[in-house]
Ligand binder design. Structure first.
Ligand code: ADE
Ligand code: ZN
Length: 350
């Protein structure tokens, strides 16, 4: 039999869009589009400091993580009721289905809302209702991960955990996000230990802007099962060896890294180097409403800029299933679907 024909470069964007994939690093508040900000402001009679959607979009010019977070927390102020959180997650999950996302593990930041007087029941109630419906409505398996804001105290994280525990069955794990520099993972050692004892999965943002030492702490102190971002690991060869040997995945977010200037440009993104080093890297959108694209745009842009191939695409999709907290039977089904899509696109084997 003749070997399969090589994949024509023109087919790569279609393959990237068609392949089933898991998204493991998406902040639901980061999927709040300017149009929805204006709609929710109108729903609640809130005045915005921007005259229209275009003016708001023009403000999305960031120089680093903090410059983004300032505007991101401001945007989240229009989220007030259970219906708002349901609408937000529903919109993301409908979009995810069109991008052939079969599994979404969704971050949410309860402290951003409870600090404004929004009840925890509205936040988790609305988000979890949308997630529960996603399977039957869209064929997307969805789960929630509660993130602690690292610029706040560990005491605040403990209080937030206590407030969330009545809804324990509605989230599968906890994470750590917000301003990284100056807020090392070890600050949250005790609250993460308590979360592990409760049987929650644990993940943490580390090595986005912060040093490799923060990734070591996330692994050794928090016992993180995944590292969110983690792109700074390549500055530490012992850390790369550790990540490769342990298989702890990295949830990499190319357009986020570009917009927040983690890399000078996308062509110099290190996704290919992470894969070449044998790490379980995945591609994710982080905050798609703010960074210029959802998951498929992240794939398209980083592949175009760095010259990754169909072989890398398959590896990234497989990594996303393996890195997920989904049941093994679901992962096996998605791998079969992946093989079928690659067959259809004329790509066989490794
Ligand atoms: N919250 C939302 N997006 C984030 C990011 N990229 N890093 C840290 N915290 C975040
Ligand atoms: Zn993030």
């Amino acid at each position: 039999m003749n070997p399969p024909p090589p994949l024509a470069p023109d087919d790569l964007p279609a393959l990237l869009a068609a392949m089933p994939k898991a998204e493991l690093h998406i902040h639901i508040e980061g999927s709040l589009e300017p149009e929805m900000i204006f709609a929710l402001a109108a729903r609640h009679g809130v005045a915005l400091p921007y005259p229209d959607v275009e003016a708001l979009r023009r403000a999305y010019a960031f120089s680093d993580l903090q410059s983004f977070l300032d505007i991101y927390y401001q945007g989240a102020d229009v989220l007030r009721t259970e219906q708002d959180f349901y609408d937000l997650a529903g919109a993301y999950l409908a979009r995810a289905a069109t991008e052939n996302i079969v599994r979404a593990e969704i971050f949410f930041d309860p402290q951003t809302h409870t600090a404004r007087g929004v009840p925890m029941s509205a936040v988790i109630g609305g988000l979890s209702r949308a997630c529960a419906e996603a399977d039957t409505r869209h064929g997307v398996s969805a789960a929630l991960i509660l993130c602690f804001l690292r610029h706040l105290s560990e005491r605040d994280a403990f209080d937030t955990l206590e407030q969330a525990l009545p809804w324990r069955e509605h989230f599968i794990g906890v994470g750590l996000d917000s301003s990284e520099l100056g807020h090392p993972p070890e600050k949250f050692a005790r609250v993460f230990a308590r979360c592990r004892a409760l049987g929650l999965h644990v993940v943490a943002h580390a090595g986005e802007e912060g040093p490799p030492d923060y990734i070591w702490q996330a692994l050794d102190v928090l016992k993180a099962e995944r590292i969110d971002h983690g792109v700074q690991c390549l500055h530490d060869t012992a850390l790369v060896r550790r990540l490769a040997a342990s298989g702890v995945p990295l949830t990499v977010c190319p357009l986020s890294n570009q917009k927040l200037r983690v890399f000078p440009d996308l062509a110099r993104h290190n996704l290919g180097a992470l894969l070449d080093a044998g790490l379980c890297a995945t591609v994710n959108s982080d905050d798609p409403a703010y960074f210029g694209g959802y998951l498929n745009q992240n794939f398209r842009s980083v592949f175009a800029a760095t010259g990754l191939t169909a072989r890398h695409a398959r590896q990234l999709a497989l990594n996303s299933f393996k890195a997920s907290f989904a049941p093994a039977a679901d992962q096996a089904r998605w791998r079969e679907q992946l093989d079928a899509v690659f067959e259809r696109h004329g790509v066989r084997g490794g």
